[in-house]
Design a protein around this ligand. Structure first.
Ligand SMILES: [Zn+2]
Length: 150
């Protein structure tokens, strides 16, 4: 119902602006000693077509933007979600995390707004040892241990 009222209101305002512009065209025609109704009707039709094209373009752009936003949201949902406990009630929430914005989420259980704090550190990557290296190390340790016993 609200959506229908909004559509009627927007259409009504749009038609009113269209009518006022058409009246201005008709009045301009009268000022130049021309007819009133012909230019007014022609102006109304012209502005109606221009308005419809503009609205179609705007609607198309909004749809494109919504699609891009939806795709970006899917990327975020697919790759950058974490399970994190609420600071207020400790309930686990699944939320998206981005590095370049402040990450907030509203707890699904208690409704508290949480900020996600991130702390980064580094570690050197090592290469896993082979079974031969492992047995060599074990033998060396055993030899040293036996040497210490003697
Ligand atoms: Zn909570």
């Amino acid at each position: 119902m609200k959506k229908l009222l909004a559509i009627l209101l927007v259409s009504g305002v749009s038609l009113l602006i269209n009518f006022i512009l058409a009246l201005l065209v008709g009045l301009s025609s009268i000022l130049m000693s021309g007819p009133f109704w012909g230019p007014t009707i022609l102006g109304f039709i012209t502005f109606y077509i221009i308005g419809t094209l503009f609205n179609s373009y705007t609607f198309f752009r909004a749809q494109q933007y919504a699609k891009e936003l939806n795709m970006a949201q899917k990327v975020v949902d697919a790759h950058q979600q974490i399970d994190i406990g609420c600071a207020a009630c400790n309930a686990v929430n699944t939320t998206a995390v981005l590095l370049n914005i402040d990450n907030d989420f509203v707890c699904m259980k208690c409704g508290a707004t949480n900020s996600i704090l991130m702390n980064f550190s580094t570690a050197v990557k090592t290469v896993p040892i082979t079974p031969q290296q492992e047995s060599l190390i074990k033998n060396t340790i055993a030899t040293i241990a036996n040497g210490n016993k003697q």
